[in-house]
Design a protein around this ligand. Structure first.
Ligand SMILES: [Zn+2]
Length: 318
């Protein structure tokens, strides 16, 4: 897959890049040490501490990037205007997101595939929505991935599974995004364009949330929680809601459901899809599964339902 040429930077860019590369290497060394330490302690809270420390190490470097490369005001205004889920953020949140997006664009690599020519604006649109879940967490929560690959449309993933008799079953699946291992996050541009309208669908947030889920090494719908949050409560609340959704989608008497049924596929998909609703249609999630909304609110440290209430019914239907 062809890599996009790097954008020309302002005068002095080379020097800054060299400094930043050296600092990257130092930071990586620090991260390795932190990683080892974390393995020796309990996973949950210790990992959260590690992420905070890594955030501290990055702060100085980040302030240098922001001084030199803050995302262009006009492009930022366009992105906000075209994405109702971003436009309803407070002025302070918009400012923080703009900085986070600037850093995300600096740290991640973007590749267009299958003939897609990626523009700067496309990269910015993806970055803005990818950064929404980590707005109050920090960029270090995305340290377990580096590359975003964008394809023009849904793509086919080939699967092979062996049954108990050892017989291989092969099938193809259409996908709008993929984010299952340490490889790149893959997104279909068509689905990126369908994201951010406030209608509950967001492929970027969905795939990014799988990576948050993967931080503890397992994609199981149970992310690393902050101090003071209870893993037992998370498991209990999410399992109960997931089982309820499964019953409602698979029972004989199908009830009217306002959450995408894909959430009933697995506990990890439930976490990813309810996170999409959390940011896209928070009031629907809050009324369907209030405890899930409450825990997501603690995890993401955001109150999007209040945000949506402030914005009223400003999101016009497509
Ligand atoms: Zn998924």
């Amino acid at each position: 897959m062809p890599r996009q040429p790097a954008k020309e930077g302002p005068h002095g860019e080379g020097e800054l890049e060299q400094d930043l590369e050296r600092e990257d290497a130092e930071e990586k060394q620090g991260q390795e040490g932190q990683k080892q330490a974390a393995q020796e302690e309990e996973v949950g809270a210790a990992r959260s501490d590690t992420l905070s420390l890594m955030g501290f190490l990055s702060r100085f470097r980040h302030s240098r990037i922001l001084k030199r490369k803050l995302l262009d005001e006009e492009a930022w205004g366009d992105i906000l205007g075209q994405h109702p889920i971003l436009d309803r953020l407070s002025a302070e949140e918009k400012g923080s997101l703009r900085e986070l997006v600037t850093l995300f664009l600096h740290e991640k690599t973007f590749e267009g595939a299958d003939g897609l020519a990626l523009t700067g604006f496309m990269r910015e649109v993806i970055s803005a929505q990818a950064c929404l879940p980590i707005l109050n967490l920090g960029l270090e929560w995305y340290n377990n991935w580096k590359t975003v690959v964008v394809v023009p449309d849904v793509f086919v993933a080939e699967h092979t599974e062996y049954d108990s008799a050892g017989v291989a079953h092969e099938w193809d699946e259409d996908k709008s995004g993929e984010s299952w291992d340490s490889g790149p996050v893959i997104l279909s541009w068509k689905d990126v364009e369908a994201s951010g309208w406030g209608d509950g669908y967001n492929v970027i947030i969905h795939e990014a949330v799988h990576r948050l889920d993967l931080l503890d090494g397992e994609v199981n719908g149970r992310p690393v929680l902050h101090k003071g949050m209870s893993a037992a409560e998370w498991l209990e609340v999410f399992s109960r809601a997931y089982e309820d959704l499964r019953k409602r989608t698979r029972g004989r008497k199908k009830s009217r459901i306002r959450i995408d049924e894909y959430a009933a596929e697995s506990d990890s998909e439930f976490f990813a899809v309810t996170s999409e609703y959390f940011f896209e249609q928070p009031r629907i999630l809050r009324s369907e599964y209030p405890d899930v909304y409450r825990l997501l609110s603690q995890f993401y440290r955001q109150q999007p339902a209040e945000r949506a209430e402030r914005a009223g019914s400003a999101c016009s239907p497509r």
